[in-house]
Design a protein around this ligand. Structure first.
Ligand code: ADP
Ligand code: MG
Length: 617
């Protein structure tokens, strides 16, 4: 028997390897655009025909290639972007594997024209089946133009797997958008079958997003921007009303690379929790910049998935930044909010990112610091983050040294909530002064500045959380009516009320059907004024009926929201010192004290240093 192992010829090996990188026209588009970006181009034009099946051409005005490089570029593992393994941890370019051009040359007919600015003549090169079939000097503009024709001409099995032109074009546009979105300072155009589809002038991030997603986004975007020594995040999230039923415009970029990451996506969704319906998706375009040593981009052939050195910090950071942005979206842009205290207090974030630190970071020291102090656990339960923030803000007491103690006190506050509403024990605002303005706003002094609270919106938030907690299993303090009230309703309303009885019971209403569209109210939640039961139920039915129908909340959620709105003390009502104190106490014990469920801010914060700056101090 002869031996049976053979070395694969280069062109077959390349074709097999190409399968990883070039799956469809869209993947070739991505690679070619990224090469143009890496080449420092300020203008990149993409031209396709037949959804890239017959032609994909990318023309850039970047730095071009020498004659030798032009040939080398198509060799497997030929790259100018890394030299040693360490470079892998400091990648600043989009490519680094040296596989794309080799793969493309294995599965398409390639022609390239390239010239460096310093050269008089450029190079023309033609490749088929991984072999150079023609190379000669040529006249050429500065930069590079690569066209690949007849993708998979030599791999019929793969060609047959391509989808319809419409589907493949969709992929191309997706890839185009992802690169164009990440590099707004570069001009991009896309021409398909002779028609220009995109023409994106260079500009800033916001302009680029609007060019791509449409000008209707202009008024619907909330700016996200947080900077720490560990990482920066900036970009935009759509206001709650832009949430869609389908996962639409969601873009994450890490160090300018579009990535898919379910975990970070979850962080954004959770920041929107209770602002949008459960089954809808917020839109966002978020850019995260982090030291390259903190991410591993080498875990996926097309680099769309990456690994973070510490995912939990990323999660907490993204969630906090988005929450923060949402809380302010109707607030004067000059107001100086700072990053959520929970994140700020993390050692890795508030200590300067020194050279020394950078070095230890790559040996994963950061990760260890967090887990050693059980901090990872704290970050995990970050849903309640504002609590800590406010605790720190309002009390004279210093933050505990060990962040794990915080977690205990946080739990304590949470569970003592109901108890507190019945019999308030300790008081954080004991020594604060309050001023009520126009019977609507409360100014309260706090440790390093003051807050301006809208009494109605603040109370709405408090009640929302209280009812919501009750509606999800905790028992609500209820009162039995001394004189049960009977309500008679129109048939349609009666049917509606019948439907709501269980949910109403959960939040403290005891209502019994009495036949003939009549109901007896036996008990009400503790906050409802005796004597007001009938009106409150009628109002509730009205509100539930008119609850904005384009948002699909559960019945119970609608009810809870209506109740909160209905029972909240109104603007125009004069409050005593004690009432203001209780209101603020309760507000800052909420899980999300800073916004109503409808998205309006409940208070504005004026910090001393911001005030000083405003007065030029
Ligand atoms: P990688 O991008 O991972 O380095 P590629 O196969 O995509 O690998 O490209 C190989 C090399 O060819 C690059 O490292 C770069 O030096 C050169 N190159 C590719 N495209 C261009 C371009 N548009 N302009 C200038 N150089 C390019
Ligand atoms: Mg490349």
């Amino acid at each position: 028997m002869p031996d049976s192992i053979l070395l694969l010829p280069d062109n077959i090996a390349n074709q097999i390897a190409a399968g990883e990188v070039i799956q469809r026209p869209g993947s070739a588009v991505k690679e070619l655009l990224e090469n143009a970006v890496d080449a420092g181009a300020t203008e990149i034009k993409l031209i396709v025909a037949d959804a890239g099946k017959s032609l994909i051409q990318v023309i850039d005005n970047g730095k071009g290639m020498s004659e030798t490089d032009a040939r080398m570029a198509f060799e497997r593992h030929a790259t100018s972007k890394i030299r040693a393994i360490e470079d892998l941890f400091h990648i600043k370019t989009m490519g680094f594997r040296g596989e794309a051009l080799a793969s493309i040359a294995a599965v398409a007919q390639v022609e390239m024209r390239t010239r460096r600015p310093e050269d008089e003549l450029g190079t023309y090169i033609e490749i088929e089946n991984s072999a150079v079939i023609n190379q000669e000097p040529c006249a050429s503009a500065t930069g590079t133009s690569i066209s690949m024709k007849n993708l998979f001409f030599n791999v019929p099995a793969r060609r047959n797997f391509l989808k319809s032109n419409a589907a493949e074009m969709r992929h191309i546009v997706d890839e185009f958008i992802r690169v164009a979105m990440a590099f707004p300072n570069i001009f991009f155009s896309l021409t398909s079958n002779g028609q220009q589809v995109f023409h994106l002038e260079a500009g800033n991030h916001k302009q680029r997003i609007i060019q791509i997603l449409g000008s209707s986004y202009n008024a619907k975007m909330v700016t996200v921007k947080e900077e720490t020594d560990y990482m920066n995040i900036y970009g935009f999230v759509g206001k709650p009303e832009t949430a869609r039923k389908t996962r639409g415009d969601q873009y994450f970029f890490v160090n300018s690379r579009f990535i898919k990451n379910a975990y970070l996506n979850h962080a954004v969704n959770s920041a929107f929790e209770s602002l949008i319906a459960k089954d809808s998706f917020p839109s966002y375009v978020l850019f995260i910049d982090v030291d390259p040593s903190q991410v591993d981009i080498n875990v996926h052939p097309t680099k769309q998935e990456i690994k973070f050195e510490d995912e939990k910090i990323m999660y907490a950071f993204v969630q906090a930044a988005v929450k923060h942005a949402l809380a302010q979206f109707s607030v004067a842009p000059s107001l100086d909010f700072t990053l959520n205290a929970e994140i700020q207090n993390l050692e890795a974030v508030n200590k300067p990112f020194t050279e020394e630190k950078q070095q230890t970071a790559s040996s994963s020291n950061l990760y260890k610091t967090f887990t050693q102090k059980h901090q990872a656990h704290v970050i995990e339960s970050s849903g309640k983050s504002e609590l800590k923030h406010w605790k720190a803000f309002f009390t004279e007491t210093k933050l505990p040294e060990d962040i794990s103690t915080l977690s205990n006190s946080e739990q304590h506050t949470q569970f003592s909530y109901e108890q507190r509403t019945i019999a308030p024990t300790e008081s954080r605002f004991e020594n604060s002064s309050f001023i009520q303005l126009h019977n609507t706003y409360i100014i309260a002094s706090v440790q390093n500045g003051f807050v301006l609270v809208h009494q109605q919106l603040a109370h709405e938030r408090i009640l929302y959380e209280r009812y919501s907690m009750a509606a999800h299993s905790k028992q609500m303090p209820a009162q039995k009516s001394l004189f049960p009230v009977t309500v008679e309703l129109p048939a349609a309303d009666a049917a509606l009320l019948n439907d709501m009885l269980t949910d109403l019971a959960a939040i403290g209403y005891t209502i019994e059907p009495f036949g003939n569209n009549t109901f007896v109210i036996q008990g009400t939640p503790a906050d409802v004024l005796q004597g007001n039961e009938k009106h409150s139920i009628e109002l509730l039915i009205e509100q539930v009926k008119h609850f904005s129908s384009d948002v699909k909340f559960s019945k119970r959620e609608k009810l809870v929201r209506c109740m909160a709105r209905q029972q909240a003390i109104k603007a125009g009502q004069s409050l005593t010192h004690k009432e203001m104190q209780v209101l603020l106490e309760e507000l800052f014990q909420c899980n999300t004290p800073n916004v109503t469920v409808g998205g309006s801010p409940t208070y504005l914060e004026f910090k001393e240093d911001y005030l000083d700056r405003m007065f030029g101090k």
